[in-house]
Design a protein around this ligand. Structure first.
Ligand code: GLP
Length: 236
């Protein structure tokens, strides 16, 4: 899949990662800065920004710039589960269609999140995740290669189960959940109309020893997925 990614999609993907570290209404770098940083044309930068605008993650102010949108999300603490466990709990049969599984250098944002030097090799696994044989989510998982060897990984199986067996059970995670509208490629894979609502979840998973193990982006179909969570009030 990565071979077919166009320049503007690659720029949009990098900016998307960066957004998780930015605050609401913070300005993105100027078009010119982005052109220099990515070595692309103004048109490519504009196309990339347009993808993010269409997803509702950023907004443009005429003559001023592009800013991080305010999704007005209320953060709660859902229970930590793998996709496999999550689907089984919902009475659905989980499965995966592997789109790609390769070694790739960590981008600066992912490297920082995983406490690794920039450019460190990661396993990048892209899968269409199915529930009762129908697309439920599109998932990109990036795993530390020093924790699980790519030759030993079963890309179609449960990653959390394999990490657990390798002694790196994911026990804690930080999660950012945002509403998006699906761009063309993702809509096609998820069997949805272009622009359909979806939930984008970025998770950094940590082992019990606090070692960051995975960076994962899961894009769930808005018509098939919701978040259930128990919430408690702090004593006054
Ligand atoms: C969920 C999480 C991902 C995690 C995945 C593991 O989708 N959002 O961060 O990588 O579960 O699922 P499985 O063990 O089924 O591969």
């Amino acid at each position: 899949m990565s071979g077919r990614v166009s320049k503007y999609e690659a720029v949009a993907a990098t900016l998307l990662e960066r957004l998780t570290e930015m605050t609401r209404h913070e300005a993105l770098p100027t078009e010119r800065d982005l052109m220099v940083e990515f070595g692309v044309s103004r048109n490519t930068v504009r196309q990339a920004i347009a993808v993010l605008v269409a997803s509702g993650l950023v907004y443009n102010v005429q003559g001023s710039g592009t800013y991080v949108a305010d999704p007005d999300v209320v953060s709660k603490t859902p229970r930590l589960t793998s996709f496999t466990e999550d689907m089984r709990e919902r009475g659905l049969a989980p499965a995966s269609r592997v789109l790609s599984c390769e070694l790739a250098p960590a981008t600066p944002v992912v490297a920082r999140r995983l406490d690794l030097p920039e450019g460190a090799q990661l396993i990048r696994l892209i899968r269409l995740r199915l529930a009762d044989r129908h697309p439920m989510a599109l998932e990109t998982v990036q795993l530390r290669e020093d924790l699980v060897a790519i030759e030993r990984l079963d890309p179609a199986g449960s990653i959390y189960e394999q990490l657990r067996r390798a002694g790196h059970d994911v026990q804690k995670a930080t999660q950012t959940i945002a509403a998006i509208n699906l761009p063309v490629e993702q809509a096609k894979l998820l069997d949805q109309a272009v622009g359909a609502a979806a939930l984008r979840v970025v998770r950094i998973g940590f082992s019990g020893r606090g070692v960051p193990v995975e960076w994962a982006e899961t894009i769930y179909r808005g018509d098939r997925y919701d978040f259930d969570m128990a919430v408690t009030r702090e004593p006054a």
